[in-house]
Design a binder for this molecule. Structure first.
Ligand SMILES: [Fe+2]
Length: 164
């Protein structure tokens, strides 16, 4: 790896692998969510993730890069933790709270990855690609905010209800 272009290519392949892996696990996350709004939020993000996978595939094609799979090991680790959590959670509410935590970790990872990719694209003069990647970045931020709100709502209810 010698140039920023090489690094950009590596980052894109990494993000592509991350989306593909997430697509495999999100249905399981949707299935295990109990709260209706939370389930909807995960379903929504599953749809978005499908589009994001296609989007990054198109970016790779546009750059003439074969979207050969290089496994993103960070996403693999995050998803392994999420799957392990699903196996051990025995309470419905605990499941929801834990799923929010697991998916927010994933979102933060993706936000960081796409943030970098947008910067590199701009620096390399790929304005159109930067715009495309920015769309995904915005969706990742929105998904994270939605989960944050659901987590906060739950906390507020607890405080008002006086439960521990
Ligand atoms: Fe994504």
């Amino acid at each position: 790896m010698k140039t920023l272009n090489d690094l950009f290519e590596h980052q894109l392949k990494d993000l592509y692998s991350a989306e593909i892996q997430l697509l495999e696990v999100l249905p399981e996350i949707v299935e295990n969510a109990n709260n209706k709004e939370l389930k909807q939020a995960f379903e929504e993000h599953l749809k978005e993730t499908k589009a994001q996978k296609d989007r990054i595939e198109n970016v790779l094609k546009e750059l003439g890069i074969t979207p050969r799979i290089e496994t993103c090991q960070a996403m693999q680790g995050l998803l392994k933790e999420a799957k392990n959590f699903i196996e051990v959670a025995e309470d419905e509410e605990l499941m929801d709270v834990g799923l929010i935590a697991e998916v927010q970790r994933v979102q933060h990872y993706e936000i960081s990855g796409y943030g970098t990719a947008v910067r590199f694209a701009k620096e390399l003069g790929y304005r159109h690609i930067a715009k495309t990647l920015q769309e995904t970045l915005n969706e990742e931020y929105d998904a994270d905010n939605t989960l944050e709100k659901l987590a906060e709502n739950r906390l507020n209810k607890k405080v008002i209800g006086g439960n521990s």
